[in-house]
Design a protein around this ligand. Structure first.
Ligand code: FAD
Length: 355
């Protein structure tokens, strides 16, 4: 069986690993000269989004034999709106290193591969691969292929302006800033690399590059972060958010971000990428229906994404009320420190209400 995987990001690597485990060596094509994002970064895997599976790092290990080393545990989240702050403590998820360094999740996954050839510097064409291989798994992390296949449903452009700042940080704590004056219905986030470095980013929705850059300065000023020294700042090309209406077209399977498997509230998609990559490999090799296999992941992403429709209507008073409510005794406990699958449950209800 000849399998080509297009893109050696977390999804493509997970797919290749599972192919090997099931006895098939895939050809993995990567346009870059090595694995990992060009800009070093820290992803956040919030535990509140993974109540359905329990501890996500344990789950990936037990269920999918992916034994990954996070950068660290998130034990505190600070939520800030213009006039309110909530500080939440608990087992709140993981920080994950991204990029080309040895400890990045991409490098960790690459080390699991024993026999698979990664063809670097190959900006492969999916149509050509689909003629030459039995199966092609598209894991390019962008919407070019799904759009070309006519299966992409667009839900807007996200721009990210951010960089690595030097300062004095709590390496177990992330801060989420919610303020429509600079973020609109997006948000800003401070995620620590270490006690001295943090990734600080503003996620805007539907703004152009010029505006996003300007709003990033407003954000730094409003939140008292102008004293931080940035090692670098970046404004990468925008990302399309949305979903696919088909996960498979002929012998082409879509997985990870190329399949829209990134929730549209905060942009979390790492675990869904890994899982969908594995499911694509299993479906092909075990002759199973990929669309059915990936349904749970898609529903999970859709449930969380339903919160976006609500957030889009929020003004700063609503954010203040939301955070004040989180500070009410008992509420924080219910949302963050119980095992109730709060986000999926509420999301499922919202999905029906906003249909
Ligand atoms: C700025 C940003 C912040 C994020 N933060 C978080 C977070 O905090 N938590 C979280 O869980 N998720 C986060 N995500 C989402 C998460 O990073 C993605 O869901 C995840 O990277 C998806 O993995 P992927 O392998 O599908 O795509 P990618 O990681 O983008 O990998 C795609 C790979 O395909 C390669 N490629 C593309 N086109 C071709 C081609 N034609 N030929 C060959 N190779 C090709 C690329 O070079 C790349 O290596 C964030 C995403 C972004 C962009």
């Amino acid at each position: 069986m000849k399998i080509a995987i297009l893109g050696a990001g977390v999804t493509g690597l997970a797919c290749a690993i599972e192919c090997e485990r099931l006895g098939v060596c895939a050809d993995l094509y990567e346009r870059d000269h090595t694995v990992g994002w060009i800009w070093p970064s820290v992803s956040y895997w919030p535990s509140i989004f993974f109540r359905d599976t329990g501890d996500i790092v344990d789950y990936l290990k037990k269920e999918y034999k992916m034994d990954l080393n996070p950068l660290g545990e998130c034990k505190n989240i600070v939520l800030k709106s213009p006039n309110q702050t909530a500080s939440i403590n608990g087992k709140l998820g993981y920080f994950i290193t991204r990029g080309k360094g040895d400890e990045s999740i991409e490098s960790q996954l690459k080390r699991f591969l024993r026999k698979t050839a990664i063809h670097f510097n190959r900006n492969a064409d999916y149509k050509e691969l689909s003629r030459n291989y039995d199966w092609v798994v598209v894991t390019t992390g962008n919407v070019i292929v799904p759009r070309d296949l006519g299966v992409w449903e667009d839900e807007g452009l996200v721009r990210i302006m951010g960089g690595v700042a030097l300062g004095d940080f709590n390496h177990e704590s992330a801060t989420l800033y919610l303020d429509t004056s600079y973020a609109g219905s997006g948000y800003a986030r401070l995620t620590p690399f270490s006690t001295t470095q943090a990734i600080i980013g503003l996620y805007t929705i539907g703004c152009d590059a010029f505006d996003t850059e300007r709003l990033f300065s407003v954000f730094l000023q409003k939140e008292g972060l102008t004293n931080l020294e940035f090692i670098y700042k970046l404004l990468p090309p925008p990302f399309s958010t949305g979903k696919v209406n088909k996960f498979q077209v002929g012998n082409i399977l879509l997985a990870g971000r190329a399949a829209g498997l990134i929730e549209r509230l905060l942009g979390v998609g790492g675990p869904q990428g890994i899982i969908s990559g594995i499911l694509a490999a299993r479906s092909i090799i075990n002759n199973e229906d990929y669309t059915k296999q990936v349904e749970t992941v898609r529903n999970h992403v859709d449930n969380i994404s339903s919160f976006r429709k609500v957030i889009e209507k929020f003004d700063n008073d609503d954010y203040d009320k939301l955070i004040a409510t989180l500070n009410t005794p008992g509420i924080k406990q219910i949302v963050y420190n119980t095992n109730i699958n709060f986000v999926d449950l509420a999301g499922r209800i919202l999905k029906h209400m906003t249909k």
